[in-house]
Design a binder for this molecule. Structure first.
Ligand code: ADP
Length: 401
């Protein structure tokens, strides 16, 4: 079975074609500048075909999907003979609200329900819907399509964890609560961790740290998300590349009054100008922060110190929430690549009996245990693979599993 995985943004579209016999990627690529020009980079990974990397006109997502299908099936850059070889499509959808606790076969009712979740993710869900409609238009009604939600994995959180201490009607009438994001990533790395440990996931308490441009932590007890650091929106929790993470709403009121900011301007500051970028004044990229801190930049060092402190603080609170922990997992851009950040975080876990093996901590790009064999709590680096989760869910749903 071959599955096309689509992640549609407002002006971009990422894709992978995955062969489910081997779970290997046959081709991947990215359409950018949709609606404002257009660019397609297509990378075939089987058959020794060349990379296609050109500006092309992509007025809408439909032209983008058509261009992707054209490249996937072309003699020069293709990896399949025709569109008929693509058995199903898996779409990443950001917000499934309380309607979706798992992935689902897309039909008209599902499209309507995804649209109803748009107020919760006004930038993302419309782009995801556009991607699905574009795929339908180009590929026709016969190819089954599945929606995989970033929020679904967290629908197992108990009410005491997802409720905000606000007047109850805001939850009942408006759906204001913690939803959580990065669900496909937390699901993938936690199940992979159980595999590596050789234990049933039902018996494990795991803390999954997805640390990238956007970062979140998830408490996974018995394979289920029981708490997570992002909230009603992905702005909550840890300080991130450019997002503030948690802060006192009273500080917002003060800043807005003092600097005459409207709420949208304030949110722009919190989403785009805060986090390690805002604190350091250097960059949102941890590589830049590492080198600036190495050259003696105090604010870059402060930003890195704050980040490690917050990860340790939230992870520690999840150990308390689960009454224990068997393993801590690092994943995503920073979690997979920054040995210094992992070390700085793990230095806080002495009370858990965590000891890190400095040699193992240097490895990159593979599943690796970075704790020493005698460490009471194990620590793993597990490269995330959200596309594979989407493809597996899609396969299971279309084959009726
Ligand atoms: P996104 O949330 O956009 O998916 P990623 O998970 O790809 O982000 O993470 C991107 C971030 O990973 C970059 O901004 C950078 O800070 C960090 N990163 C990537 N490589 C390294 C590295 N070698 N060392 C430190 N940080 C890195």
């Amino acid at each position: 079975m071959k599955i096309l995985v689509i992640n549609a943004g407002s002006s971009s579209l990422k894709y992978q074609l995955i062969d489910m016999e081997t779970e290997s990627v046959m081709a991947k690529g990215l359409c950018e500048r949709i609606g404002i020009g257009g660019h397609l980079k297509h990378t075939p990974l089987v058959g020794g075909k060349p990379v296609y990397n050109e500006d092309i006109e992509l007025p809408t997502h439909a032209e983008a999907i058509a261009a992707v299908i054209d490249k996937l099936t072309s003699a020069e850059y293709g990896v399949v003979g025709s569109m008929k070889e693509i058995d199903a499509v898996g779409h990443r959808v950001v917000h499934g609200g309380e309607k979706f606790a798992s992935s689902v076969l897309i039909d008209d009712a599902v499209m309507e329900a995804i649209a109803q979740c748009t107020p919760f993710a006004p930038l993302h869900n419309p782009a995801n819907i556009t991607g699905i409609l574009a795929c339908r238009k180009v590929m026709g009604d016969d190819v089954p399509m599945v929606a995989v939600f970033d929020t679904a994995f967290h629908q197992t959180m108990p009410k005491k964890a997802y409720m905000y201490a606000l007047p109850y009607d805001y939850y009942k009438q408006d759906g204001i609560r913690r939803y959580g994001f990065h669900g496909t990533s937390h699901k993938y790395v936690s199940s992979r961790c159980a595999e590596i440990m050789g234990k049933p996931i039902e018996e494990l308490k795991l803390v999954s740290c997805h640390l990238g441009n956007g970062s979140s932590i998830c408490a996974v007890d018995g394979g289920k998300s029981v708490d997570t650091s992002m909230g009603f929106t992905p702005l909550a929790g840890l300080p991130m590349g450019t997002r503030s993470g948690d802060l006192d709403p009273g500080a917002m009121q003060f800043i807005m009054n003092k600097h005459h900011l409207a709420i949208d301007e304030m949110l722009n500051v919190l989403n785009k100008k805060s986090g390690v970028d805002g604190v350091s004044g250097v960059s949102s990229d941890f590589r830049d922060l590492d080198s600036a801190a190495g050259e003696g930049n105090d604010r870059a060092k402060l930003a890195l110190d704050m980040f490690a402190y917050w990860v340790a603080k939230i992870a520690g609170s999840y150990v308390a929430a689960m009454n224990g922990v068997d393993a801590i997992i690092f994943t995503a851009g920073v979690g997979e690549n920054s040995a210094d950040t992992r070390k700085a975080i793990c230095d806080y876990f002495g009370y858990l009996g965590v000891t890190v093996d400095p040699e193992a901590n240097k490895k990159r790009g593979e599943d690796v245990m970075i704790s020493t064999p005698d460490s009471k709590v194990k620590v793993y680096v597990i490269p995330t693979n959200e596309e594979l989760v989407i493809a597996r869910d899609t396969r299971d749903i279309v084959s009726g599993k």
